[in-house]
Design a protein around this ligand. Structure first.
Ligand code: F6P
Length: 358
């Protein structure tokens, strides 16, 4: 009877810092504790389709004693963010069999995990999920891999923009990622000292945003301001471009900049920055490395105990297992307009949209 497991690992969806730290933890724990063989499936499900596997070993990852994976952004396995994966279910089943996998760990956001869960059900795979996303919108977990680093990256940008904004008495509009969820905008906006934070979950108006900036200037003597807007924030109903602007081609950051310029009768000097994929790159923060390492270890232990269809999650300061189906039923997890961070922002005088409407 075969005693040594052959464990596959893949990264799926948009990359983020900390994925390599998960791979490192999985390889280390599976190899050192259980003596298993670990293979990486390149480019997520494409690797299964093409029947490709990369052997991963502790020593193979070493570089003169230094293990670069802990601090390396991106994913050494590659990833895909789109595709018609489910059109090739039979081929994917065959690929899994041909690679002789006993179990699979998939690192992904809610979209990727939903696809992988369908494949798991069809193939009766032993599958454990690890949540990652800079959007922080996977349900039933307080932490995901990648979010903390992205928040720090945006805060760093806000720090830089604050100095140049104050030098020129300007309003800086900063568009951050987050198509459906505003967690990144909210966390980084508060931590980075924003004056306005606009998110998909909370309606806002140009009129109120403009009035808030005028109050900052006229009542409090603030000569510059920072406005953080999530890419998925809705076009406000009082926008002159409400009917004509189609997202995503019509960038919300520039739209807000134009509207604020108009409503201030061009009295405010405004610049817009789109941070884009800078938010997905970089060296993972200490917290993301910690979460990645704890999740990787826990996922291997779940495989060892015969579990499947679970996602590792951070709840109340501990790593636990939650049924993947339950996670998917509640994802994406959006910003609750009444949550403590929104209230905190409001109590600090940050405009985060309209009370009544929210
Ligand atoms: O889902 C993560 C995310 O970073 C979103 O915030 C963003 O809209 C999207 O990915 C960008 O995806 P792509 O890399 O395909 O442009």
């Amino acid at each position: 009877m075969k005693t040594q497991k052959r464990l596959g690992i893949l990264t799926s969806g948009g990359d983020c810092p900390g994925l390599n730290a998960v791979i490192r933890a999985v390889v280390s724990h599976a190899t050192l504790t259980y003596g298993w063989q670990v293979v990486g499936i390149p480019y997520a499900t494409r690797g299964l389709l093409e029947v490709k596997a990369i052997p991963l070993s502790l020593h193979g990852l070493d570089l003169r004693g230094i293990d670069p994976l802990l601090s390396m952004g991106g994913t050494i396995l590659g990833s895909i963010n789109k595709g018609d994966t489910l059109a090739y279910v039979d081929e994917l089943m065959a690929g899994y069999q041909a690679l002789e996998l006993d179990a699979l760990i998939g690192i992904g956001g809610d979209g990727s995990l939903a696809i992988l869960n369908q494949l798991r059900n069809k193939g009766n795979w032993q599958f454990i999920a690890i949540p990652k996303t800079i959007d922080n919108d996977v349900a039933l977990t307080e932490r995901v891999v990648g979010f903390d680093t992205a928040v720090n990256t945006v805060v760093d940008a806000l720090n830089r923009l604050t100095f140049t904004a104050s030098s020129h008495d300007r309003v800086m509009i900063v568009e951050v990622m987050g198509r459906t969820a505003g967690h990144l905008a909210l966390h980084s906006g508060i931590a980075g000292g924003a004056d306005v934070i606009l998110m998909p979950e909370i309606p806002y108006t140009i009129k109120d945003t403009c009035a808030h900036l005028a109050e900052l200037r006229d009542r409090w003597g603030r000569r510059f301001a920072i406005v953080v807007v999530a890419e998925g924030a809705h076009i406000p109903e009082d926008s002159s471009n409400y009917a004509s602007c189609e997202k995503p081609s019509c960038g919300i950051g520039q739209l807000i900049a134009d509207e604020l310029s108009n409503c201030s009768h061009k009295q405010i000097d405004i610049r817009a920055s789109v941070l884009g994929h800078i938010q997905r790159g970089g060296i993972p923060s200490a917290l993301d490395r910690l979460v990645a390492t704890a999740f990787g270890k826990a996922a291997v232990d779940l495989i060892a105990s015969g579990k499947t269809g679970q996602m590792v999650a951070w709840q109340n300061g501990e790593v636990v297992a939650v049924p993947l189906e339950a996670v998917l039923a509640k994802s994406p997890s959006l910003v609750d307009p009444h949550n403590y961070l929104v209230e905190t922002a409001r109590s600090l005088g940050i405009y985060v949209g309209n009370h009544a409407a929210a």
